[in-house]
Design a protein. Structure first.
Length: 422
């Protein structure tokens, strides 16, 4: 009997897909006593279980045939319409149901955009750090990734502008800029309004398309709302991705892409080959969730729950972290706090010590296309219980303090050897 050699049969594309180191590290965070700041999970207390129950009963009574049947690839028309209405009401974004494609999570939206735009000789621009899932989705299609650094106000537009000028001189054309401007994953920061305007100007000047990924925009705990790039887009240059994963339930796998019609039409064709349609049943639930106005009532609850957790983490960081070795901007929303340690502290090397102290984070290098960011870490504050946030920060502060001191000792100048005798 012969055994097939699957490795020889896989395509080049498949062979380039590697299990990420981070998956292996995340397995360690599943130990029972670990306080994990590593996940990117909403808190189960934020799931509107009763509201879903009400809606599901009504759907099965009133419209079971459509909800349980295959649906159109574009998505349930009433849900597409509700999304367009909400974007108009909230941000004065023009468009209608025709500009909306329902996807199976916005992760699928990222993959579909990768399929449509990226070829093996394509260049795309991403932020550094960037969302790991977007890196994985785009990398499958083999682009050249140009990384533009972030600071506390989002992507550094001056560096972006210099890069675009230089690229134009050398006839290098970008397929798109991928950005998470509002409460970034992993960096937590929110791009300032002036930078948003500047990015739209640059998009016009350099004929650039922008993919705006906005899963966290509705989760603001302090400060004033800033409109998404899509609301400032006066030339059909922004393809906007939204999701119900953080405002309803990630298990529903419902998200949307809102964009210019030619892009949506092409995405529909690509999606047909992938999954025919996103489950109509959960789309019907989401449609009712919007139509009945439950989303805004429920958002108030989520914001209060997560806002409290954000304050607890910010306070504990301030109280316990050894500030000579670590700094962080306090996020005004979203789910993550991003910390930068002194250059000589490698968070991958430090990880096993953190696990030994029963606390976990995500290593910084996972979020950089070139594997840099080794002195950074991402901390999630929405999932752990309030008292666990305090305890976890204390433990992590202890580990960082130990590493900081050890690294500082390594750098002390060695005493001159004293030569005695004749
Ligand atoms: C920036 C960003 N984009 C996309 C996603 C994927 O979201 P979805 O659950 O809609 O696939 C996530 C998930 O955490 C995310 O952080």
């Amino acid at each position: 009997m012969t055994v097939p050699h699957y490795e020889n049969l896989f395509s080049n594309r498949a062979n380039k897909m590697k299990a990420s180191v981070i998956r292996e590290l995340l397995k360690l965070t599943q130990k029972p006593d670990i306080i994990s700041f590593a996940g990117g999970l909403p808190n189960p207390l934020a799931f509107p279980v009763e509201k879903i129950e009400d809606i599901v009963v009504d759907i099965l009574k009133d419209e079971p045939t459509r909800a349980l049947q295959y649906g159109s690839t574009e998505g349930v028309p009433e849900l597409r319409e509700q999304i367009a209405i909400r974007l108009k009401k909230k941000w004065n974004i023009d468009g209608d149901a025709e500009n909306v494609l329902i996807t199976t999570g916005s992760q699928q939206g990222l993959d579909l955009l990768g399929r449509l735009f990226i070829g093996s000789a394509s260049t795309i621009i991403m932020e550094a750090p960037t969302y790991l899932g977007a890196l994985n989705a785009f990398n499958v299609y083999g682009p050249q990734v140009v990384s533009i650094p972030l600071d506390d106000d989002g992507i550094q537009v001056d560096i972006l502008q210099d890069y675009l000028k230089n690229a134009m001189k050398h006839n290098i054309y970008m397929k798109f800029l991928y950005t998470v401007p509002t409460f970034h994953n992993p960096a937590g920061v929110c791009m300032s309004l002036s930078r948003r305007k500047k990015i739209i100007d640059l998009a016009h000047e350099f004929d650039l398309i922008i993919v705006e990924d906005d899963p966290y925009g509705e989760l603001r705990y302090t400060g004033d709302a800033i409109p998404p790039l899509k609301a400032l887009d006066d030339g059909g240059r922004v393809i906007y991705l939204g999701t119900f994963s953080k405002t309803l339930a990630p298990g529903f796998r419902i998200a949307w892409t809102f964009g210019p019609k030619p892009v949506i039409d092409k995405m529909v064709i690509a999606k047909q080959a992938v999954d025919l349609c996103t489950p109509p049943f959960t789309q019907f639930v989401a449609k009712e969730y919007l139509k009945r106005g439950y989303i805004d009532q429920h958002l108030t609850k989520i914001i209060s729950l997560y806002g409290q957790k954000q304050r607890i983490m910010a306070k504990s960081m301030d109280e316990y972290m050894p500030k000579e070795y670590i700094r962080w901007p306090v996020p005004e929303g979203g789910m993550f706090l991003w910390a930068t340690l002194n250059e000589n502290i490698n968070t991958t090397d430090m990880f096993s010590d953190a696990i030994a102290q029963n606390v976990a984070y995500v290593i910084g290098s996972a979020f950089f296309a070139d594997g840099s960011g080794t002195n950074c870490m991402r901390l999630n504050f929405t999932h752990p219980a309030d008292d666990m946030i305090v305890e976890g920060v204390k433990r992590l502060a202890g580990v960082i303090g130990t590493w900081g001191k050890a690294k500082a000792r390594e750098q002390l100048p060695r005493e001159e050897e004293v030569i005695t005798g004749v």
